[in-house]
Design a protein around this ligand. Sequence first.
Ligand code: F6P
Length: 324
Amino acid sequence: MKKIGVFTSGGDSPGMNAAIRAVVRTAIYLGMTPYGIYRGYQGMIEGDIEEMNAHSVSNILQIGGTILRSARSEAFRTPEGRKKAYEMLKKHGIDGLVGIGGDGTFTGARVFMKEYPDIRFVGLPGTIDNDLVGTDYTIGYDTAINTAMEAIDKIKDTANSFDRLFFVEVMGRDAGFIALRVGIATGAEAVLIPESKTDIDELVHRLRQNSLRRKNSALVIVAEGDDAGGAFEIAQQVKERGFEQYEIRVSVLGHIQRGGSPTCMDRMLASRLGMEAVKALRDGVSGVLVGKKCKDIVYTPFEKAIKDKQKLNPLLLDIVDILS
Ligand code: F6P
């Protein structure tokens, strides 16, 4: 390995910059030349590639977003697009890649690797959704749940002053990891997630019980991908059942959850995994997601990382029910 490229792709997440920094500096330490590829696969196709040095990643560890920017590339889904990307990499002499992203990133990587096996390719888990197998936590998840928790704490202050029921929608198109953690951490009365079926009648019953217990307010956390709809739709369905114990309000946290300075935990995870990704390339490893489980670094083939979904611990839903 002489030259390696690093890129970020798909939804950005806090800690991606820390991972880029770790990849670049480890590569230099191991005698390789690092290249930054801008705008993910799209920039790879367009040749938006630049040599990096230790200074290029100075002072980015604590910054959210990604200095390499991100994109979702339609062109990379086509054989012609991937061919162009390969040619651009070859033009720069790049023979190894570190892609930081989620399952879309690894789907692209798997196809690309089959067509162009001479380029080694490893992935790092960068998404706030925490929905990847092969790692306990993804880079950005810890920051996102802390951002959401702080916002919801503030919402609770005003909810309490007015005897209101708040439906707060958090991110998670296909997964309820953010909703569940944040729901427990903020003492929500209910958490609605794509992994479990939502029963509106049961929810209404629970909220009525809540008001009988003379609670000043109520909080329901909704993952955006819940089967019963987003927070606005669910609030509407609750209203339609004649619920009037509390005045209802809805708040959608949205992309605020994707930004911000990464927490210590995300900086640590990104630094460790970034370093391990480059070592893996050096050791001839390819076609895997580099993750961390307990204290161990784990390689998971892209195939598995795409197909299998991280399983949510059902016991955590019990915590919501029992403690609220
Ligand atoms: O990064 C993952 C995620 O936050 C999902 O939870 C969400 O549905 C999606 O990205 C939204 O991304 P965008 O607005 O970039 O399409």
